[in-house]
Design a protein around this ligand. Structure first.
Ligand code: NOJ
Length: 533
């Protein structure tokens, strides 16, 4: 059973506004479905696959950037935030996608990239040319040392290398990512005004909300002071304990208050922040009542395959979010991290990784709040080990080829058939090559198999939507053997996970769903989760 096409609801079965309990599906646009046969996914491809997403049972989509871009960082370098890149289609394709998704009861959210633009943005051309209003939109400074030949400070780019590049007149501009992604100066009110125009542009087209890229990045420490860079370190990871002058300055919250004000002038629109900060309390500051509706919670994604680590992540996240009255989000994978089926296979084989991925999904989907799925999670796709010559992520070159980058988790979606491109595209030349041994992972192969990961996700999403045991918020821990966890939701759902290597007794209750086969002796096997009511 799944929703009828006309069941577009704005409230969940519990009466909450839709985004408080939604299951979002992240569509990495390049890799989901290619309608025009150029080997790169596009908006028309997504539209053609909406019936699949409806069958899967997700509530909302998050589309990664599809705006005009030189694609240095695959669209996170935006040249025009209020249009569609011809590679991905047209504004009319976007409107048609939103209309069809809405007709199926699926919301559509899009990416906003407020921290930086592409160096091909029209304003940046003016900024490079010399001082003036365009330069004032970016972070330009004089250099240090003789003739200003040294960068203004010692900041490093997240992708490796210096965070400053010099322009012909001798001035330097800041870029926390690649040199083709100049940072905007958020102390300039023009920058906020332009973001507001962009937000309204997409909301007026019926978009239901936004995912905010680098939502902790827009405000830098006043005076841009040097950072503590350990000797010999090049790429410095994201901030630690609020000590990193590149991120998370107090003024960033003014930006989110502005975004929230605009969102709230439309009914039931939302924004989720990509916030990489250390500490749950710092994260919670981004979802105070007048700021973003949601923030990605990467705690589960960062936890090893370990029940105690999961439990700690869950407890800390719930406590921090409860303090500010925001729903918690749960994320296992996205386009920036190794897929969880592969992470959980470290020290184990691929089949174990997949078994654990299925069990983790059942924990994720049993937790109160919002779940974000990454395309292919529902097929238990692994990361792909790609050869050097096909790598495209700028991280590969900027790190001096020491970091392989994120292409391995961005390989196109296998839909059907026996060999690449598995109906992702009519072209055999897909933007990243697809493995030869994915025939058993395709949607087609999994759809009619009751034991497939796809069938597990479909059933889990159906239960989450319709079973009264999911009814209310909150969670209580239930006693569990070592290496296991068990929690109960107030309306009765019990979720138990055995992350140990031995079978354990099954908790009491009627079985609703199991992530893998259960033996007749009534035990809960290793690397398996169950839902009981
Ligand atoms: C976070 C995005 O998820 C990532 O893919 C991108 O490279 C950076 N932000 C820069 O925009």
């Amino acid at each position: 059973m799944h929703r009828s096409p006309d069941s577009r609801t704005t409230t969940s079965p519990r009466g909450d506004v839709w985004w408080k309990t939604a299951v979002f599906y992240q569509v990495y646009v390049r890799s989901f479905a290619d309608a025009d046969g150029d080997g790169v996914g596009d908006l028309a491809g997504i539209r053609a696959r909406l019936p699949y997403l409806h069958l899967l049972g997700v509530d909302a989509l998050w589309l990664t950037p599809f705006y005009p871009s030189p694609m240095v960082d695959h669209g996170y370098d935006v040249a025009d935030p209020r249009d569609v890149d011809p590679l991905f289609g047209t504004l009319a394709d976007f409107d048609a996608l939103v209309a069809d998704a809405h007709a199926l009861g699926i919301k559509v959210t899009v990416d906003l990239v407020p921290n930086h633009t592409s160096d091909r943005h029209v304003d940046f051309a003016g900024a490079v040319a010399g001082p003036g209003p365009e330069r004032a939109r970016y972070v330009f400074r004089d250099g240090r040392g003789d003739g200003g030949a040294e960068p203004p400070n010692n900041w490093r780019s997240i992708f490796g290398g210096p965070a400053w590049t010099r322009v012909p007149d001798g001035s330097w501009y800041l870029h926390l990512f690649t040199a083709e992604q100049p940072d905007l100066d958020w102390t300039n009110p023009e920058v906020a005004a332009d973001l507001e125009r962009t937000i309204r542009f997409w909301l007026d087209r019926g978009t239901d909300g936004f995912r905010i890229d680098v939502a902790h990045g827009m405000a830098k420490a006043a005076g841009l002071p040097d950072m503590d860079v350990p000797a010999g370190v090049d790429a410095v990871p994201n901030q630690r304990d609020g000590q990193d002058p590149r991120f998370d300055a107090e003024e960033v919250h003014d930006v989110h208050r502005m975004i929230r004000r605009v969102l709230d002038s439309y009914p039931e629109r939302m924004a989720v922040g990509e916030v990489w900060v250390d500490g749950d309390e710092r994260l919670a500051r981004y979802v105070r009542p007048d700021e973003l509706n949601l923030a990605f919670n990467f705690r589960l994604l960062q936890a090893d395959w370990d029940a105690a680590a999961f439990r700690e992540a869950i407890d800390a996240s719930l406590t921090a979010m409860l303090a500010v009255g925001a729903p918690t989000t749960w994320v296992l994978s996205n386009h920036d991290v190794v897929r969880h089926a592969t992470r959980y296979a470290v020290d184990a084989d691929e089949a174990t990784g997949r078994r654990r991925a299925r069990a983790a999904a059942m924990v994720q989907l049993a937790l109160p709040g919002v779940a974000y799925l990454y395309y292919g999670d529902e097929l238990a796709l692994p990361n792909v080990d790609l050869p050097d010559e096909v790598l495209q992520d700028p991280v590969w070159e900027r790190s001096g080829r020491t970091e392989r980058g994120r292409d391995g988790e961005r390989v196109p979606m296998p839909w059907s058939g026996e060999k690449p491109p598995y109906d992702f595209s009519s072209s055999a030349r897909t933007w990243l090559p697809m493995p030869d041994d994915w025939a058993h992972l395709t949607v087609e192969a999994q759809l009619e198999d009751p034991d497939s990961t796809l069938s597990l996700y479909r059933r889990a999403l159906e239960l989450r939507r319709e079973h009264p045991a999911f009814g209310r918020d909150g969670l209580e821990w239930f006693s569990a053997p070592a290496g296991c966890l068990a929690f109960r939701r107030p309306a009765g759902l019990l979720c138990a996970l055995n992350a140990s290597s031995e079978p354990v007794p099954m908790p009491p209750g009627d079985l609703l769903l199991a992530s893998g086969p259960l033996p007749p002796d009534g035990t809960l096997p290793a690397d398996t989760a169950v839902w009981l009511a």
